[in-house]
Design a binder for this molecule. Structure first.
Ligand code: E4P
Length: 219
């Protein structure tokens, strides 16, 4: 399972990319807004900077609600950077936009997916990846991870090539479970990337190795 960073924070992306474990980045209007990005021009500038740091797909979301607006935005975004994935929501208007953009060779990350049926529609429309939001399903009392397993299973059964991108990841267990469920990609906040690397037994082990080494070295 590949890991993408789910952030528009340039410093986090630099710090994550240095570890050599990040294959892409996902952004959305909320993440952009959290970084003070409030216009298409500033979003474009940030996305261009991100694409210089990470050599992989960078997801950029449209804000239009109608198909024609999404298509126009998607075509524009497609010209910003070498490897854009245009994020289009799982709506009626969105599926129309996905089918037009994908037929033009533009890669689409179908976002805000909350059901197998939405994932099936997106795959038929030509989505490159579908993003089931597991944390938001957990928030309403459902088992978000089940949706990842269900989509992976149905896609396998029907030999569908659309990638399953586990999104709305809230903790490290989500990451482990997404990998076990067969997600191709998980997009994670930087904080969770750091937590994935941490284990108290690693820390105490490193400290003990160093102390033992210094005891002998100094004797
Ligand atoms: C995915 O591409 C989205 O940006 C993201 O995972 C949304 O997560 P949230 O539910 O924490 O906002």
């Amino acid at each position: 399972m590949q890991l993408f960073l789910d952030t528009a924070n340039i410093q986090e992306i630099r710090d994550g990319a240095r570890l050599g474990v990040i294959s892409g980045v996902t952004t959305n209007p909320s993440l952009a807004s959290a970084e003070g990005i409030g216009s298409t021009e500033s979003y474009k500038a940030a996305v261009r900077e991100i694409s210089l740091i990470v050599d992989g797909p960078i997801s950029v979301e449209v804000v239009s609600l109608d198909a024609q607006g999404m298509i126009a935005e998607g075509r524009d975004i497609a010209g910003w950077i070498p490897n854009p994935w245009v994020k289009i929501p799982s709506t009626i208007e969105g599926f129309e936009a996905i089918s037009v953009l994908s037929s033009e060779g533009i890669k689409v990350n179908q976002t805000l997916c909350f059901s197998v049926n939405q994932a099936l529609l997106g795959a038929q429309a030509g989505s490159t990846a579908v993003s089931p939001f597991i944390g938001r399903l957990d928030d309403i009392g459902l088992q978000g991870i089940d949706l990842i397993a269900d989509i992976v299973s149905v896609y396998r059964q029907h030999d569908i090539k659309t990638k399953v991108l586990a999104a709305s990841i809230r903790h490290t267990l989500h990451c482990t479970l997404a990998a076990q469920a067969g997600a191709h990609i998980a997009t994670i906040p930087y904080k969770i990337l750091v937590q994935m690397a941490q284990h108290p037994l690693t820390d105490s082990g490193v400290a003990r190795f160093k102390a033992d080494w210094e005891k002998t070295a100094n004797s």
